[in-house]
Design a protein around this ligand. Structure first.
Ligand code: SAM
Length: 275
């Protein structure tokens, strides 16, 4: 069977783009242009057929092809990590904007709940390209997720330190910027996508309307910050950038305010605070 013939059949079962990306992955094509170049050539489509079957059963494309693009770069993913979402790119934009406004020349950043490592790795690469020195850390409670994050840092050739920590349990001092895209999906939301059932529950769901971990993180930040403030006369401003569903923003902003964090702005899914 030729590529054109195979594609015609596959596109009747799954979306066109998914069929093309599956084909590239199965035949080890680096570029979708190869599909056109080799359109009339015969190949063995056994692997591609198996991948189409998985896609038909609802497995997300990223888990089938093994990667997802985030902020213009490909990140390895598997069933142990959340698939990076386009909306999370707003966190990168918010962090770069804070670094620009505050004129940071050296910046320490900690990403809590790092998953595939897409946030700290992207920030490191973007800051490197702007000539800004950075020390960047990513933490997670999931060992398999940390392993994927480390693999991504290695393949994208960046220096990011990853370690296991339950929220800030293993974090001694607060960095300049804390980032957290923690689980915020409420089990009871009825508009959850079908594909969520393939992603790790540890990366998605939280109690208390989805806010349990976010509120706990805010508590831990407030506690560590008050200890630090007591021992230091010159406290430099610090920042927290969170991702949450827009329906949760008002409650998070109110809670953070009650713990001494001041809202800078909230845009799309991201909320930024200064403290
Ligand atoms: C929504 S995913 C975000 C992954 C990645 N940062 C991204 O934006 O694609 C949440 C991550 O938080 C981690 N996590 C869950 N509970 C945690 C906890 N108590 N402390 C640290 N990380 C946690 C999960 O393992 C998961 O990797």
């Amino acid at each position: 069977m030729t590529i054109s013939e195979w594609l015609k059949g596959a596109k009747e079962k799954i979306p066109s783009l998914d069929a093309e990306l599956i084909l590239c992955s199965a035949l080890n094509f680096d570029d979708r242009v190869d599909i056109v170049l080799y359109a009339d050539q015969e190949f063995d489509f056994k692997t591609a057929d198996e991948m189409v079957k998985k896609r038909e059963s609802g497995v997300p494309l990223a888990y089938i092809v093994g990667f997802k693009e985030f902020y213009g770069r490909n990140f390895k993913v598997d069933k142990n990590v959340l698939i990076p979402r386009p909306e999370t790119e707003q966190i990168i934009i918010s962090a770069l904007s804070i670094i620009d406004v505050e004129k940071f020349k050296n910046v320490r950043i900690l990403d809590v709940g790092t998953g595939s490592g897409c946030i700290p790795i992207t920030l490191k690469l973007e800051l490197n390209s702007e000539g800004i020195n950075s020390e960047i850390f990513g933490i997670d409670v999931s060992e398999p997720a940390l392993k994927i994050a480390e693999e991504n840092a290695k393949s994208l050739d960046v220096d990011v330190t990853f370690f296991n920590s339950n929220l800030l349990e293993k974090v001694d001092s607060l960095p300049d910027i804390l980032i957290a895209n923690l689980p915020y999906v409420d089990m009871n939301w009825d508009w959850k996508s079908e594909e969520l059932k393939f992603e790790p529950a540890l990366a998605l769901f939280a109690e208390d309307g989805g806010l349990k971990l976010i509120k706990k993180l805010i508590d831990e930040i407030a506690e560590k910050d008050s200890t630090y403030s007591k021992t230091s006369e010159l406290k430099s401003p610090k920042f927290l950038i969170l991702e949450a569903d827009t329906s949760q923003h008002d409650e998070i902003i109110k809670y953070a305010k009650s713990k001494g964090l001041n809202l800078i702005n909230h845009s799309n899914f991201a909320i930024s605070f200064k403290f």
